[in-house]
Design a protein around this ligand. Structure first.
Ligand code: HEC
Length: 158
């Protein structure tokens, strides 16, 4: 009697795990694809600013996303993929040179504002990636760079 119950329980557990694996595998098909395009192609970006953007923004705003192990597990994967999809849609560092100059200017204003107001990186991301927490000095580096690069583009397009 007890033995049948144990067997039944094992069977159920196996079925749940199998279903979860299938679910995760299906969700994986929605994973935003990476590419090997360089970041900020055509921009003048100094190493210090690039290092911060690479550390705290790249995973959602470029096609060089580092997918952690838990991004393979549904339902978490769906939430992560969604943020990456929307993030890339807003600003994609891997598509910089394809943006018209006005869009680049607007993106730079956006980057400066979002980082200055500490709206980016997203809070949930920082909780999972403590290394993406930025100091005031790091925020200033990106803010100043974004302003300078924007001015450069404006002067260049005159
Ligand atoms: C976890 C993913 C993630 C990370 C990391 C992240 N972002 Fe975002 N970002 C998003 C998403 C999602 C949106 C769209 C938010 C919305 O529309 O509410 C967004 C929007 C933006 C926008 C557009 C805002 C607007 O007005 O439409 C800018 C600019 C931006 N992010 C800059 C950054 C910068 C700079 C960093 C790094 C310091 C960063 N993001 C890190 C996911 C991320």
């Amino acid at each position: 009697m007890v033995r049948t119950r144990v067997r039944w329980f094992r069977w159920l557990l196996g079925a749940v795990v199998a279903a979860w694996v299938v679910w995760s595998a299906i969700a994986l098909r929605e994973r935003p694809a990476n590419s090997n395009r360089p970041l900020f192609s055509g921009a003048h970006v100094e190493p210090a600013a690039l290092a911060v953007l690479d550390r705290a923004c790249r995973d959602c705003h470029s096609e060089a996303t580092r997918y952690p192990w838990y991004s393979y597990v549904a339902p978490l994967s769906r939430l992560i993929f969604r943020d990456i999809e929307v993030g890339r849609e807003r600003v994609n560092f891997s598509r910089w040179e394809e943006y018209p100059v006005l869009r680049r200017q607007r993106a730079l204003t956006g980057i400066a504002n979002q980082i200055q107001d500490r709206l980016m990186p997203l809070e949930i991301y920082v909780r999972f990636h403590p290394e993406a927490k930025l100091s005031d000095a790091e925020i200033a580096v990106v803010f100043d760079w974004a302003q300078r690069e924007r001015e450069r583009l404006i002067l260049e397009s005159r």
